[in-house]
Write a protein of this length. Structure first.
Lengths: 426, 428
């Protein structure tokens, strides 16, 4: 037994991360693939997410429905997610039944079935999923802003994909995508929970060790040039409520500027957890934008979103417009607050507070074994595990000068897309 | 059935040996359980105040009152109160339902006293500042405007109108635009004074603090709270059964997807019918990828991203709901498929295999449900609210094992009739 996290690489290139946690008789395992909407292009957008759906259609060894039943029978949970840079599959199970997870994931890494009829049914399901998203003004606005923010980089597309692409992608396309990205050399297996690391590694080796390494995927992603001027997008739709999204081009997670922007975001819109499984978080009532805009009754809510990504993505400020104001007024008020950051230095106390908040959010995420296993592999998708371990230290090194520099570099009108959603009636 | 898993994990489950339960002289019940695996605490609780007290013309009053508790207290104004919470990365919020007003906090264990102080201040001395009240009201009205555009919320609202017709549960706790508009600050003060008090308040604290410290901290902050004017909740009225299938549809133009909620009335949580229906529901629309409904509507027909069922049983009458989000052109086909599954469910007993799988799921998932402090705190509150007994988790396997396929069939037939359904649709 060891308290340390172990990192191994099998001869076929599979990265294996193991962490013993003996607080509950549970093991959580995540398999991460370096493929997401970042690896897509026009005509095939949404294909990574669709492949993820097809991974639940079974293999020769485990027909569709078999695993769902086996995992549910023991009270386990399993699911999958696709995002900009990655696709991940996880199972959290009672420890004694955990071998099932290893067997299943190693099997579907290379043996998934792609049946034409199943593909057609899933096409309808995914289009239905997209239509559910389209019901939400935030999705419609976000999709338009994302598209305007990038001209070449695939980050310009929503993960779910464009509807016309979802209507035209074929079974062969899905198979090609699967074979291209699903192999040990492009994957990370991260396991945390109640096990002995040495014997767990042996099991992983016995199940994954013989899988062919696969070819290094061709991931030539177009580099996006800097923005030269502000862009505006206007979306209209049903309802009585207006929304504003201000999206600035942001640094990638591996850029040290990311940490100063995290602190700046915390000051402007409140601290956010990077954790994807609930557990924690705090409110943002004392953040600068809440005080100025929500208490000032210009907007009725505000929140910031900064994503840890492989390539430079977006930092967005999202606001629901107060019924007696206009989106333009909201934008001006946000600009006034950004200007205040530029005009008067952020104090050391404010930064210290942001660090304490970040530490607390990290403590909450350690309550849950699924979360710990999540972190064990997640950061490899855009950096490495050191990124996670040094996260709080990096934040602690941020100075008020850094925050000022970041605000000057990133939060400028020339570096942003402003999106307004306004009701059709108005 | 997977009894072994349950037995193996039994010591990790809350029980009489490690749950501390103390009743304070002023009517407050404190439940505490230690967990030193992480330096955090979950604090959750409720008291018997809710929208059941709301007059029809001011529906939303209880909801707005709960929202207003943290807008200012005798000790803190809005900003200083949230500054205390956010400076330590904690979270605290109040919310209101029909029968209860609830609170939930998450903090580092070192901040126990601070959080209890803030909870007690919000409960005992809210001042509902005029400016904050007006802002909260505008936020609530905006929330109602957003709700009016949400197909899932509006279908759920319509469903409640049918299934709880003539009963207080047909009313949404958030009210309607016109009822919220009529609420004044004085209404909140009056509502607070007559419905908030220590009687019936239950608080559960789980995490890295020993129970004696927990109980002492609650006593210190809430032990001397009294309110002689605190009213008890009005009696729930009788709910008439549904006589025939009733369908209501709401058009929300411009939307891409429609939502359907269909189903029937259900028993209260303490009814002997609860467990057969709970397991029956699991088979119908929960187990694995949304049970039989998920298999039929999503996997076989490809009609929906989600199609599942949910049994809502608490105090008073409940509801058994079948829910799907679909393309508007598939509404009739989806309703027909779900109705077919309902007909099958009340005609044939579930298979022994399905029953065994479902029972195993109910036992096996306990360690996961109770992994976090928040999960344990919720369970402790349920144990208290429904008087399940501190040994509930020890009795749990017997309650599950007692369910048979025949009981599921007979019990389902009492409530679920494919020819007497409530059906609500909201979409373009």
């Amino acid at each position: 037994m060891t308290d340390k996290t172990q990192f191994h690489t099998l001869s076929n290139g599979l990265s294996v991360h193991l962490k013993e946690i003996h607080t509950a008789p549970i093991i959580s395992s995540w398999v991460w693939y370096k493929v997401g909407s970042r690896n897509e292009f026009r005509g095939k957008t949404g294909i990574s997410h669709w492949v993820e759906h097809m991974q639940f259609k079974g293999t020769e060894k485990y027909p569709a429905g078999y695993l769902d039943r086996e995992i549910s029978r023991v009270g386990g949970i399993w699911n999958a997610m696709t995002y900009l840079d990655w696709t991940t599959y996880f199972e959290t199970l009672p420890a004694h039944i955990f071998d099932l997870s290893l067997s299943l994931e190693s099997d579907r890494m290379v043996n998934s079935k792609f049946n034409t009829q199943e593909v057609e049914l899933e096409r309808m399901v995914i289009i239905s999923e997209r239509e559910g998203n389209e019901n939400q003004p935030h999705f419609l606005l976000g999709e338009a802003v994302q598209s305007a923010a990038f001209s070449k980089h695939p980050y310009r597309y929503e993960v779910i994909g464009l509807k016309e692409d979802l209507e035209s992608i074929t079974c062969d396309d899905l198979v090609q995508h699967y074979w291209h990205y699903y192999h040990p050399g492009n994957a990370v297996v991260a396991i945390a929970g109640d096990f002995d690391a040495e014997s767990m590694l042996e099991k992983v080796e016995s199940l994954y060790g013989d899988l062919p390494k696969g070819e290094e995927p061709d991931v030539t992603v177009p580099v996006e040039a800097s923005m030269e001027s502000e862009k505006r997008v206007n979306v209209t739709g049903p309802g009585q409520t207006s929304y504003v999204q201000i999206a600035y081009r942001a640094p990638s997670a591996s850029n040290l500027d990311f940490f100063a922007l995290t602190v700046l975001d915390s000051l402007l819109t409140g601290p956010s957890s990077l954790n994807m499984f609930g557990s924690g978080g705090t409110s943002n009532k004392t953040s600068r934008l809440y005080r100025a805009l929500v208490e000032g009754e210009i907007s009725v809510s505000c929140y910031g979103a900064l994503q840890a990504t492989h390539d430079p993505y977006l930092y967005s400020i999202n606001l629901t417009v107060h019924p007696s104001h206009t989106p333009e007024k909201v934008l001006n008020a946000v600009d006034d607050e950004v200007k205040r950051v530029l005009d008067s230095p952020v104090t050391a106390d404010e930064i210290a507070r942001a660090i304490k908040q970040a530490k607390a959010l990290f403590a909450y995420s350690s309550e849950n074994i699924s979360n710990q296993a999540f972190w064990l592999g997640y950061t490899d998708m855009f950096a490495d595990y050191d990124w996670f371990e040094n996260y709080v230290n990096h934040l602690a090194r941020v100075t008020s000068d850094d925050v000022l520099r970041i605000a000057r570099s990133y939060l400028t009108p020339d570096n942003r897309v402003v999106g307004f959603y306004t009701p059709e009636e108005s | 059935m997977n009894q072994t898993i349950y037995d193996e994990h039994r010591n990790a489950l809350p029980g009489p040996d490690d749950i501390t339960r103390v009743k304070l002289p002023n009517g407050i019940t404190v439940l505490a359980r230690s967990n030193f695996n992480s330096p955090t605490l979950s604090i959750k609780g409720y008291l018997p105040s809710g929208s059941l007290f709301d007059p029809d013309e001011k529906l939303g009053l209880g909801y707005l009152t709960a929202n207003g508790l943290m807008t200012g207290t005798a000790q803190y104004d809005f900003q200083s109160l949230y500054n205390e919470i956010e400076s330590v990365g904690a979270r605290l919020g109040f919310s209101s339902g029909t029968l209860t007003t609830s609170f939930s906090a998450h903090c580092l264990s070192e901040d126990l006293n601070l959080m209890l102080d803030l909870i007690a201040g919000s409960l005992r001395s809210p001042v509902f500042p005029e400016k904050e009240f007006n802002r909260q009201k505008t936020q609530m009205l905006t929330g109602l405007a957003i709700r009016a555009q949400d197909t899932a919320s509006m279908a759920a609202l319509l469903f409640d109108k049918i299934v709880y017709a003539g009963h207080p549960y047909e009313r949404p706790e958030e009210g309607y635009v016109e009822t919220v508009q009529s609420i004044e600050r004085e209404d909140l003060i009056h509502f607070y004074e007559r419905t908030f008090g220590p009687e019936g308040l239950t608080i559960a604290i789980v995490g890295a603090v020993d129970p004696d410290t927990t109980v002492a901290a609650v006593k210190a902050t809430l032990g001397d709270w009294t309110n002689e004017d605190q009213e008890t909740l009005p009696e729930l009225t009788f709910l008439k059964s549904i006589q025939k299938t009733t369908k209501k549809a709401l058009s929300i133009p411009g939307k891409s997807q429609a939502d359907i909620v269909m189903g029937c009335q259900a028993p209260e949580r303490l009814s002997p019918d609860y467990f057969p229906l709970r397991i029956g529901n699991n088979i119908l629309g929960e187990f694995g990828m949304m049970g039989r409904l998920g298999q039929r509507v999503r996997e076989e027909a490809g009609l929906a991203y989600y199609a599942y069922s949910s049994l809502n049983s608490s105090l008073g009458p409940g509801a058994w709901e079948m829910i799907a989000g679909i393309n508007p052109r598939n509404i009739n086909q989806t309703i027909a498929l779900i109705t077919e599954e309902i007909r099958r469910f009340v005609t044939e007993p579930v298979s022994e295999e399905e029953l065994s799988d479902s029972k195993s799921n109910f036992l096996g998932r306990m360690p996961l449900l109770l992994e976090s402090n928040g999960g344990v705190a919720v369970s402790l509150l349920n144990i208290e609210r429904f008087e399940l007994g501190l040994d509930y988790f020890l009795q749990y396997p017997q309650l599950i094992q007692a369910v048979t396929a025949d009981k599921i069939l007979r019990t389902s037939q009492k409530y679920l009739d494919p020819d007497r359904l409530a059906i609500a649709i909201a979409g373009p």
